[in-house]
Design a protein around this ligand. Structure first.
Ligand code: DMJ
Length: 505
């Protein structure tokens, strides 16, 4: 029996959206518009310099004016192109969007060999390509996303179906006994061959869309055979395993399916696992009640065991090591203000109010970590011990690498409360970026936020274009630009559409 080839109905999808993707209304005040235009100019500057000095490499090195390749993407190139596409599109940088698209059409090579991070390839490449396809309907983005998605599937061939962190993307060239094609490994630094919660827990949104677009349930959980259902299977393992005090530790064995170490964090290693639970539910048009329940239960355990108030009255989320609290928050953990606010919208009564307050307090603490520095940019990690309050105490934690999490929370809190302080805080960040991170040929991270003459790290991270500038821009847009009713942002800020189920075809 031959079946008609599957065709995703793009026009029908566009009709399902409640709002035009780039917004329909204007009529705002001139200051907001001017600020938005400033952020657009920053994006153009970041892109133009990447294009001039590093096109086709993964990131721009803005001081030495060359490209950086790194070892996260296993031979894939153009991370900044793929990460920038949807931001260029949303900002109506039409010419620049065409430049990026042309690179994808002519130069983006998927026949590469090398060890890649499954997580990074998924959130940046698959996420960026999927989002750009949904925004524009251009087939090239869909076909590249699907082709790349197929290459990731062997990572799930483990005894539990929990993928390992590193995968060989290659299908050509020479395989060796140590590095056969399609094989996966655990990170050398992850304890005892374990897989990382924030990595295997941050695949669901993208993989559901790969199934949606290909008509092939292999990516998602629709398949009944667990080994054919990567993300559904991950859920099953996680819901079965016993959780200490209801918390999810960061390291799990892909062989036995049990925890390897009891370190719990809402920041690095844990973060986007929680984010993808609530966003799975939102993306399913609130049908995926299992994800909602897992999110609610996890947040309850976090509130009970990890949320603390400092002597100076700042609310923070501590880390947990085998029952002992580490009174530290990473910059990465600052995304949680936005996540908790987003989830709170859908809770009732007391709970809604409590969670909105918690979200606002965490966001305010993260703002404090910025205002207490000399540059008005926040450190990589800040502590609440030995007399410190939202400041870095270790030299090694004073850097800022253009990360988005704090402005991400400002964007959500602005959209959900419309309190002007969030726009003020976002504008403070714009000014600080201009003053301390903008160099002659792009934007650079800095090594110490506590000096007004910081050294630059010579790296324009691709997530600066994907996330930091996009969230800042959206903070100064009307709410109907990439409306939260129509889109969920993946953890790299690539918008994926909500599956509206009440659509009248
Ligand atoms: C990005 O790649 C994503 O936001 C990820 O979730 C965490 N790390 C960077 C940004 O800080």
């Amino acid at each position: 029996e031959t079946r008609a080839p599957f065709r995703f109905d793009y026009e029908r999808f566009r009709r399902s959206l409640r709002h035009p993707v780039r917004g329909g209304r204007s009529g705002e005040d001139p200051e907001t518009r001017a600020r938005r235009m400033k952020i657009k100019e920053m994006m153009k500057f970041a892109w133009d310099n990447y294009k001039q000095y590093a096109l086709g490499k993964n990131e721009l090195r803005p001081l030495t004016k060359n490209g950086h390749i790194g070892n996260m993407f296993g031979g894939l190139r153009g991370a900044t192109v793929i990460d920038a596409l949807d931001t260029l599109y949303i900002m109506e940088l039409e010419e620049e969007f065409q430049e990026a698209k042309q690179w994808v059409e002519k130069s983006f090579d998927l026949n590469v060999n090398g060890e890649a991070s499954l997580f990074e390839v998924n959130i940046r490449y698959i996420g960026g390509l999927l989002a750009t396809y949904y925004l524009t309907g251009e087939e090239v983005f869909k076909s590249k996303a699907l082709e790349l998605g197929e290459k990731l599937l062997p990572a799930f061939n483990t005894p539990t179906g929990i993928p390992r962190g590193v995968i060989n993307l290659g299908r050509q060239g020479t395989a060796s006994a140590a590095f056969p094609f399609g094989m996966s490994w655990s990170w050398g630094w992850a304890s005892a061959g374990s897989s990382i919660l924030a990595e295997f827990g941050t695949l669901h949104l993208e993989f559901l869309h790969l199934s949606e677009l290909s008509g092939n349930p292999v990516f998602a959980e629709k398949a009944s055979e667990p080994s054919l259902a990567p993300v559904g299977n991950i859920r099953r393992v996680l819901s079965r395993v016993e959780k200490p005090q209801g918390l999810y530790p960061n390291f799990l064995s892909p062989v036995t399916g049990s925890w390897v170490q009891h370190h719990v964090s809402i920041g690095g290693l844990g973060d986007s696992f929680y984010e993808y639970l609530i966003k799975s539910w939102l993306m399913s048009d609130k049908k995926d009640s299992e994800a909602k329940k897992m999110y609610d239960d996890a947040l309850e355990a976090i509130e009970k065991h990890l949320v603390k108030k400092s002597a100076g009255g700042l609310t923070y989320i501590a880390e947990w090591r085998g029952g002992i609290l580490d009174h530290k928050m990473g910059h990465l953990a600052c995304f949680s203000g936005g996540m908790i606010a987003l989830g709170a919208q859908h809770s009732a009564g007391d709970r809604r109010q409590r969670h909105m307050e918690l979200a606002a307090e965490i966001t305010s603490t993260c703002h404090e970590s910025y205002t207490r520095s000399d540059t008005k940019l926040g450190p990589e990690a800040f502590r609440f011990d030995a007399g410190s309050e939202a400041t870095a105490t270790r030299l090694s934690e004073r850097y800022y690498i253009l990360r988005p999490e704090v402005v991400e929370s400002y964007m959500y809190l602005w959209r959900l409360t419309h309190q002007p302080k969030y726009r003020h805080w976002g504008w403070e960040v714009v000014q600080a970026l201009e003053k301390y991170c903008r160099v002659e040929a792009g934007f650079s991270g800095i090594r110490d936020v506590y000096t007004t003459t910081p050294t630059h790290d010579n790296m324009q991270q691709s997530f600066f274009l994907a996330e930091t500038l996009k969230y800042l821009y959206l903070l100064f847009c009307e709410d109907d630009v990439l409306s939260l009713e129509d889109w969920v942002f993946n953890t790299e800020a690539h918008p994926l559409p909500v599956n509206h189920t009440d659509l009248k075809a």
